[in-house]
Design a protein around this ligand. Structure first.
Ligand code: NAD
Ligand code: ZN
Length: 344
């Protein structure tokens, strides 16, 4: 089968011919219908050799959708052809956090070398994808796989981040979204549908600010001193109740610290290595910062329900598997509107 692989540190990903996998005991084989292009792929491909831990060659794609093709011994309850989304943050399924449903925070995944597809295990940018356990499959029903595949990360990750702040996002509150890319443009829609907050979006690129307003932001600015003044003015001097930073660079986490309110929350979702220095002399009283990772399987089911109800949708640009390297070039250039989706 054909697959998009990252084959050497620093090299561009390329489409190659690889063996079609065969499901072993307990495993499921999907015929891939769609795979999403995430900035995290770019992040890992930019890592220097001494920090790169995902194995080579790596078939990319941690956002996957497909139909059930076959399965190994011991798998029950599936039907050939059934459309599925892939829950990506695989864990052991047995530790305390997994038992709580928080497989994304599995206590022993690293130790057991259990890695998500596309981030260690072979990913979804291929004709077929091997799934380690049928529990990682969430039924897609009649939703379009190409339009829905990015719910698995660009939908789930902001949903998980926002859900934790929901008790504070009461009427009169203000939510700031930094970075209106794949994750950020879905975050705005989730905030719009789950809260009555005023939503202020920030992005360095003007077309992304237009996208932010189209999908439901009340205001959109390029980050900087003027944006900070505007946020103060729009909140009566109070600042933002919650800041969701989908860039996470030193400049944006510093901005988040500047605009967060007393008792406010900062979620650093972007992996731009920025930090928030929480302390009496650096952040407002009782402000808190978190760095949430991906989301739980039940949250993915909730995100699918939001999409099914027409409350959220992913703006997509589609590419063939042969053109997948072009999708990554466009992502790097910052010119993808919403999410790039590979259709093998
Ligand atoms: P993306 O490339 O689609 O979007 C990023 C957006 O941020 C773009 O619109 C870009 O113009 C904007 N931007 C970049 N630098 C900026 C700056 N300094 N100020 C303002 N705007 C800026 O990326 P994505 O796929 O949506 O991913 C967003 C981030 O989230 C990435 O860092 C990715 O690695 C990370 N991520 C984290 C998790 C998690 O579990 N925590 C999951 C998925 C992705
Ligand atoms: Zn991702």
């Amino acid at each position: 089968m054909r697959a998009l692989q990252y084959r050497a540190v620093g090299a561009a990903p390329e489409v190659v011919e690889v063996e079609t996998p065969v499901p072993g005991p307990g495993q499921v084989l999907l015929r891939v219908t769609a795979a999403g292009v995430c900035h995290s792929d770019q992040f890992i491909m930019d890592l220097p050799e001494d920090q790169y831990i995902y194995g080579l060659p790596l078939t990319l794609g941690h956002e996957g959708a497909g139909v059930v093709e076959s399965w190994g011994d011991g798998v029950k309850g599936l039907t050939v052809g059934e459309p599925m989304l892939v829950y990506g943050p695989w864990g052991c399924g047995r530790c305390y956090t997994c038992a709580q449903g928080k497989e994304n925070y599995c206590e022993v995944a690293a130790e057991l070398e259990i890695r998500p597809p596309g981030l260690g295990a072979p990913g979804a940018m291929a004709e077929y994808l091997l799934i380690d356990d049928p529990r990682h499959l969430v039924p897609l029903g009649d939703l379009d796989p190409v339009a829905s595949v990015s719910l698995t990360d660009a939908g789930l990750t902001p949903y998980h981040a926002i859900k934790q702040s929901l008790p504070t996002l009461v009427p009169g509150s203000t939510a700031v979204v930094i970075g209106v890319g794949g994750l950020g443009h879905v975050a705005i829609q989730i905030l719009r549908t789950l809260t009555a907050s005023t939503i202020i979006a920030l992005d360095q690129s003007e077309p992304k600010l237009d996208l932010a307003l189209e999908v439901g932001a009340d205001q959109a600015f390029v980050p900087g001193e003027e944006a900070e003044r505007q946020i103060r003015a729009l909140t009566g001097g109070r600042g933002a109740t919650a800041v969701f930073d989908f860039v996470g660079a030193p400049a944006t986490t510093a901005f988040a610290s500047q605009v967060v309110s007393v008792g406010g929350e900062i979620a650093i979702v972007g992996v731009g290595v920025g930090t928030v220095d929480v302390g009496f002399f650096s952040t407002p009283w009782d402000a808190a910062a978190r760095a949430p990772y991906w989301g739980s399987r039940s949250e993915l089911m909730e995100v699918v329900q939001l999409a099914r109800a027409g409350k959220i949708s992913v703006e997509i640009e589609t590419f063939s598997l042969s053109d997948a390297p072009v999708a990554y070039e466009r992502l790097r250039a910052g010119t993808i509107r919403g999410r790039a989706v590979i259709v093998p």
